[in-house]
Design a protein around this ligand. Structure first.
Ligand code: FPP
Length: 227
């Protein structure tokens, strides 16, 4: 019997390089990346994963050239609803982590509508990081904790993170060849298994999902203890 991670984080890297390799503008890589995401997300849930957290736009991404940021926002606005429609039959609850004030109003509206429409869903979770940085998230939680004027335990502190109510992170997949977390879910990654692949995100097929989940299945998770 295959056992699947409950919560998978995905750093979808390599869209730009995928396009450049083909002599295309970088934006074409992001377009191909979204198409791939829409294609494989249902499959990830079908493989038994309950919660998926996606690194879609980091706090640092907004310092890219204005045209790329603008186009990425348009891409989000066009595809967030589409992504949610693809998994509608799976009873998935939608959430966003990050400082959404920066996002254009149509993206904020879509987020609000999807969050509202799916708030009672119980089949699983889709958590999208938008204008997200883990250091900002931890700092925000610390500031909320300070306001409470009492010492918190780990459980109480984790309730102040964007991921309150979500299961612990079991596996992080990063495509595109870099071996780092780039400010993604640093607190939640404490005991996550890390899977790095050279495959560029637009080439991340169902077969690549299988490879990542097979890797996870072979890990011996000790959580700092001995067997
Ligand atoms: C990193 O590739 C990718 C991004 C900054 C954007 C990822 C976003 C998506 C795939 C869209 C998500 C859409 C929805 C609806 C959630 P890169 O540009 O850093 O690639 P490079 O390292 O090759 O330059």
């Amino acid at each position: 019997m295959k056992y699947s991670p409950e919560h998978v984080g995905i750093i979808m890297d390599g869209n730009g390089r995928w396009a450049t390799k083909r002599g295309l503008p970088r934006m074409m890589g992001h377009n191909a990346g979204v198409k791939r995401l829409i294609k494989i997300l249902p499959y990830i849930y079908e493989r038994g994963v309950k919660c998926v957290s996606l690194y879609a736009f980091s706090t640092e991404n907004k310092f890219r050239p204005a045209e790329e940021v603008d186009n990425l926002m348009k891409l989000l606005s066009k595809n967030l609803q589409k992504l949610s429609d693809e998994i509608a039959d799976k009873d998935i609850k939608f959430s966003v982590m990050g400082d959404t004030d920066f996002l254009p109003s149509d993206v904020r509206e879509t987020i609000k509508a999807l969050t509202e429409q799916t708030k009672h869903k119980q089949g699983g979770y889709l958590n999208v990081a938008l204008n997200y940085g883990a250091q900002d998230e931890i700092l925000r939680a610390v500031n909320l904790a300070v306001k409470k004027r009492k010492e918190l335990n780990k459980q109480e502190f984790s309730e102040l993170l964007y991921t309150a109510g979500l299961p612990a992170l079991d596996l992080i997949i990063r495509t595109g060849g870099e071996k780092r977390l780039s400010n993604f879910m640093l607190y939640q990654a404490a005991y996550a298994e890390l899977y790095f692949t050279d495959i560029l995100w637009p080439d991340f097929t169902e077969k690549e999902v299988d490879k990542a989940l097979d890797f996870y299945e072979k890990r011996n998770r000790r959580f700092g203890r001995v067997d």
